[in-house]
Write a protein that binds this ligand. Structure first.
Ligand code: ADP
Ligand code: MG
Length: 320
């Protein structure tokens, strides 16, 4: 049986060139870059709550870092360092090796260096603190939206939730659709490049982890504004469009969560630039509505005829 120290040394101690001191001492030591802000965020994944028991360790390693990268993306920060706190039920070397493989593959793609952490025995839980940098004044905060801003969303929402609904037996997906929904659920792609490109363009941003409407709702509340969204304009994947259960697919689209797309607002004079960024990154960017003056947090959804649709943060109000 490997000891805690063997595990750390074997699987998590890697050179961290951009740190003064990385894994192995009482603290990591990081150089401060003059004139830059440090952006810091923590996200925790708990077995049974954020992922199913028995989840693939390599994918979990990548996803646990991806969801943290997504927070940096939503702030417009460039990723730099991460710490990793792991509670493991057993010193299962094969599991740790696979987890580390997934973690470091994701880290390498986005230039993140692991500089410390903690390892203990306990119910499987992964807590990562991520650090990034950004120039002062350019953070994509949740409180910057203004009436008249366009509301945009990257990619499409709902696939991860549809994949989860399949695993829970609520719907039966097959072939290409099953594969793509499970890929969105287990191997989310943080929109780091988009976040960086939106600095100086977007007035506010958030990553969609709790559901499209709920997360746009956070921007509205913190910015003290309201929004009008167009239901028909919401970007839909082939799987959402093809889903025979209309109630389920609408719920996934509006309130699914685990999408890790970015929702952001920007003044209309930036439309051309934003479209060019989407082309550049080969990423669909869709205008789905507008910020309006009104009661902070109020969100209305309109159908193609402009008629209001009954909606709550948790999706359609099926009892309305
Ligand atoms: P301490 O006794 O000070 O808590 P530890 O023995 O927990 O130190 O950790 C020793 C070193 O290994 C520290 O530098 C710590 O940051 C690092 N470390 C521990 N667990 C991990 C991990 N899961 N990933 C990366 N670094 C880790
Ligand atoms: Mg410790």
């Amino acid at each position: 049986m490997a000891s805690e120290f063997d595990l750390i040394h074997r699987y998590f101690q890697r050179p961290a060139a951009s740190a003064v001191l990385g894994v192995g001492d009482d603290c990591a030591l990081l150089p401060q870059r003059v004139g830059m802000l440090l952006a810091v965020s923590t996200d925790m994944l708990v077995e049974g709550r954020h992922f199913l028991p028995g989840a693939d360790a390599e994918k979990l390693g990548a996803k646990s870092l991806a969801v943290n990268l997504s927070d940096l993306a939503a702030m417009g920060a460039d990723p730099r360092w991460a710490t990793l706190a792991l509670a493991l039920p057993a010193a299962d070397e094969a599991w740790v090796a696979a987890f580390a493989r997934g973690f470091f593959a994701m880290a390498a793609r986005f230039g993140v260096e692991l500089i410390g952490g903690d390892t203990t025995r306990g119910p499987l839980c992964i807590s990562i603190t991520i650090m990034g940098e950004l120039p002062p004044g350019l953070a994509l905060r949740r409180d910057g939206a203004q009436a008249g801003d366009d509301i945009w969303v990257s990619g499409s929402s709902g696939d991860a939730a549809l994949g989860l609904a399949h695993l829970a037996g609520r719907v039966r997906l097959e072939g290409e659709q099953l594969e793509s929904c499970l890929a969105r659920l287990h191997t989310p792609e943080p929109r780091v490049d988009l976040g960086g490109r939106l600095r100086g363009i977007a007035r506010s941003a958030i990553d969609i982890s709790d559901g499209l409407l709920a997360d746009i709702g956070h921007i509205l509340e913190q910015s003290g504004v309201a929004a009008e969204l167009h239901y028909d304009a919401l970007p839909r994947s082939a799987s959402i469009a093809a889903c025979a259960d209309d109630v389920l697919s609408a719920d996934c689209l509006l309130a699914g969560g685990d999408d890790y797309e970015l929702a952001f607002t920007a003044p209309p004079f930036h439309r051309g630039e934003i479209e060019a960024i989407g082309d550049d990154l080969d990423l669909r960017l869709t205008r789905i509505g507008m910020i309006v003056a009104g009661e902070a947090g109020r969100l209305s959804l309109r159908d193609s005829a402009g008629k209001p649709m009954p909606v709550a943060r948790t999706g359609f109000d099926h009892f309305a």
